[in-house]
Write a protein that binds this ligand. Structure first.
Ligand code: GMT
Length: 375
């Protein structure tokens, strides 16, 4: 199949999932066209089967907001016609599903029919999409998609609760390429980051409010009072600076490393002992799955789709949002006993296998095939 993939190309779960999906589909013989405003961060290898088309939005002083949807739908029409793309798979409803619908209508005027598969990722539903200013257009574009998928059962339930949806929504969970996480502890250069007796705690996110970054710091503060430890903070976003200030206030700044964005999270996870994800909402928690695939247990909140990934008492522990004391207690419980830590590490790795890319990607292929057959 010739598939056009639209996503946010930045560091963020939906863009990562869309890029990894496209790359895996290309390995399975499909021709993939990424259509985005810059090259997706994990799209390192272009090949005969993988193409990237940049959406340009010229600046014009009249516009306070540059019309990205317009540029995207024009580009989609042009690329479908030029490359014979058979299907568009858009990740994150806003504004991608809307722009794809416009492209589909324009193409129909020329007798070309291109179906749209929309994958809902989380904040496009729970935070942004359900805002009254967007809700009408988001409902419309979900209902006008030819197929809709969501990355967790919890997100499907949220979508049905928050919007008036006429379409079926199929749950296809996020996935992981386990081969990327096969490094062994000894390959990781752990000694560069911490002393032998120190535990390494890691958090990876886009440092937005929803990630509850201050709770990451507070949980770590409690941990290091009992167990020698270092905190690795990976990612960039508006909450990074407040978190750095909090570390100074708590006088733990020399125990915390802020890396910024990284393309080497597998290396950082390789030497980590515990992963923290105390989010306020989280449709899935791809970062938690990446940690588990590296054999890192997860201390998380129990919000949204996280309980579908992190299994309480097996791959880690779940607590109510903002329950810093419970998260700290659970973290110390795992870290203080080497046998228990080893058991949780092995369990985390085992649980991640449920989300193996090779089991999940065929579910998308099946959706593409059935959608194309319907049209
Ligand atoms: O806000 C984010 O975390 C980014 C956002 C995105 O669209 O990139 O992440 C969402 O999609 C990820 C991939 O499906 C999920 O793993 C995240 O849980 C989800 N984020 C939230 O729901 C907050």
């Amino acid at each position: 199949m010739k598939i056009g993939i639209v996503c946010y190309p930045t560091f963020g779960g939906s863009g990562v999932v869309a890029t990894e999906l496209g790359l895996e589909l290309s390995k399975r013989g499909h021709e993939i066209h990424f259509i985005t405003y810059s090259q997706p961060v994990r799209l390192e290898l272009l090949s005969n089967n993988v193409h990237y088309h940049e959406v340009n939005v010229p600046e014009y002083p009249l516009f306070l907001y540059q019309p990205y949807e317009l540029a995207l739908s024009s580009k989609l029409v042009d690329m479908v016609k030029l490359h014979g793309i058979e299907l568009l798979h858009v990740h994150y409803a806003i504004p991608h599903a809307y722009a794809a619908y416009m492209a589909k209508k324009m193409l129909m005027e020329e007798g070309i029919y291109v179906p749209i598969v929309t994958t809902l990722h989380g904040t496009d539903i729970t935070l942004v999409g359900s805002h009254p200013f967007y809700k009408t257009a988001v409902t419309f574009s979900i209902n006008k998609s030819d197929a809709v998928t969501s990355v967790s059962k919890s997100l499907k339930d949220d979508t049905l609760r928050l919007f008036d949806i006429k379409n079926d929504i199929e749950v296809i969970p996020n996935f992981i390429d386990l081969n990327k996480y096969q490094q062994h502890y000894t390959d990781c250069q752990r000694d560069m980051m911490a002393k032998e007796d120190e535990k390494i705690i890691t958090h990876i996110s886009n440092f937005r409010k929803v990630k509850n970054i201050s709770d990451v710091v507070k949980v770590f503060y409690n941990i290091q009072k009992h167990i020698p430890a270092k905190l690795m903070m990976v990612g960039e976003g508006p909450e990074r600076e407040p978190a750095e200030r909090l570390c100074h206030q708590l006088r733990i700044q020399d125990r915390v490393v802020f890396f910024g964005n990284s393309n080497e999270i597998d290396k950082i996870l390789c030497f980590s002992d515990l992963f923290l994800l105390p989010s306020v909402t989280e449709s899935f928690g791809l970062a938690a799955l990446e940690a588990m695939a590296s054999g890192v247990p997860v201390i998380s909140s129990n919000t949204g789709g996280i309980p579908e990934v992190n299994i309480h008492g097996v791959s880690g522990f779940l607590s109510n949002v903002n329950d810093v004391d419970d998260m700290s207690k659970n973290a110390i419980h795992i870290l203080e006993d080497p046998n228990r830590l080893s058991k949780f590490k092995a369990n985390a790795k085992q649980e991640s296998k449920k989300f193996d890319i090779h089991n999940i990607v065929p579910q998308y292929e099946a959706i593409y095939e059935s959608t194309l057959q319907k049209c």
